[in-house]
Design a protein around this ligand. Structure first.
Ligand code: BMA
Length: 314
């Protein structure tokens, strides 16, 4: 069993962090942060959120051979839509992509921002250079959408974060066609008195493990100087993912370094995906302080053990 030493995180930060920062960008922008990874063959692709100097966000693509050293494509790969009907819902930018490979297709959920609120958008792509929008799959007031990587009992399954009465909980929903969703119910709520007492939202698309679907999520605690964003985990039943089997009491990654504490929004680690390597090590990609992209690693079994029984700090 993994024992967390007080003040230590289970995830180990790469010594070369940040992976990407403003000086790595080939075009002028304000910041680069929350990114979603996929590994295709031996190449790592990272679809990253860039905030332009105008103030709204769009997406760029970074490529790597080792998962640590990335080079950014010279042009943005997805801008807020210009054409109807999409432009009505993206005029405030597009944020926080999450990529999932399902049945041979890469799908990307992202947050569409406009004066009407936040909506979850669905697109697909073959190469992460061009994207086809398929639809908005939520009404306003919803974000942090992630898709499970396979259909369960014939249904696509997603997690998201509808914003009822100012309380941000993770919900689960089901669909036959990825466009029409229903049977929604709350899955993980903020826990009073805990590090995730203020809000929670899905971070990474769920990862299949023998112990259940591993969901790496973000949780916040409100303080007198604003929220602190940390990373936690839960395990969901493989056959019925609306059943929570376990939830770690403690975060596995918390803002501690200068690059996580200082930036446009300080005290933020915000993951949008992870890569599980053949040796079962996990590379977690996360935005730090809304100002850079970082990577941290852990063994999948240690994450699962922590979620199941490593929840008491020692
Ligand atoms: C969340 C999202 C993230 C952001 C985080 C911290 O609500 O908007 O994109 O990284 O806040 O600012």
């Amino acid at each position: 069993m993994v024992r967390l030493r007080s003040g230590r995180d289970l995830f180990h930060r790469w010594e070369g962090n940040p992976v990407l920062a403003l000086e790595d960008m080939p075009f002028r922008c304000n910041t680069v942060f929350n990114g979603t990874p996929v590994k295709i063959g031996n190449e790592y692709l990272l679809l990253i959120r860039v905030e332009g100097q105008q103030g709204y966000s769009f997406f760029a693509l970074a490529r790597s051979r080792d998962g640590y050293h990335f080079e950014v494509h010279p042009e943005p790969v997805l801008l807020p839509a210009q054409d109807r009907p999409w432009n009505d819902y993206e005029c405030g930018g597009i944020e926080d992509p999450r990529a999932t490979f399902i049945d041979g297709t890469y799908y990307v959920l992202y947050t569409a921002v406009s004066g009407r609120g936040y909506r979850i958008a669905l697109a697909h792509t073959a190469d992460f250079l061009s994207f086809q929008r398929l639809g908005y799959i939520s009404e306003p007031g919803n974000k942090d959408g992630v898709l499970f990587p396979e259909r369960i009992n014939g249904h696509y399954v997603r997690l998201d974060r509808p914003f009822g009465r100012g309380i941000g909980s993770i919900w689960i929903s089901y669909s036959k066609d990825l466009l029409h969703w229903g049977n929604s119910r709350v899955l993980l709520a903020p826990r009073p008195g805990y590090w995730d007492e203020f809000r929670v939202g899905a971070s990474a698309p769920p990862i299949r493990t023998d112990a259940g679907w591993l969901e790496i999520y973000h949780g916040t605690k409100m303080t007198s100087s604003g929220p602190i964003y940390r990373t936690g985990t839960a395990l969901l039943d493989l056959e019925d993912p609306s059943r929570v089997l376990a939830r770690c009491d403690v975060p596995l990654l918390s803002p501690r370094t200068d690059y996580e504490r200082i930036g446009d929004v300080g005290n933020v680690v915000f993951a949008c995906g992870a890569v599980v390597e053949p040796d079962t090590s996990v590379k977690l990609y996360y935005g730090a302080a809304d100002t850079s992209v970082c990577v941290a690693t852990a063994r999948l079994q240690d994450i699962v053990d922590c979620t199941l029984n490593g929840s008491r700090p020692v």
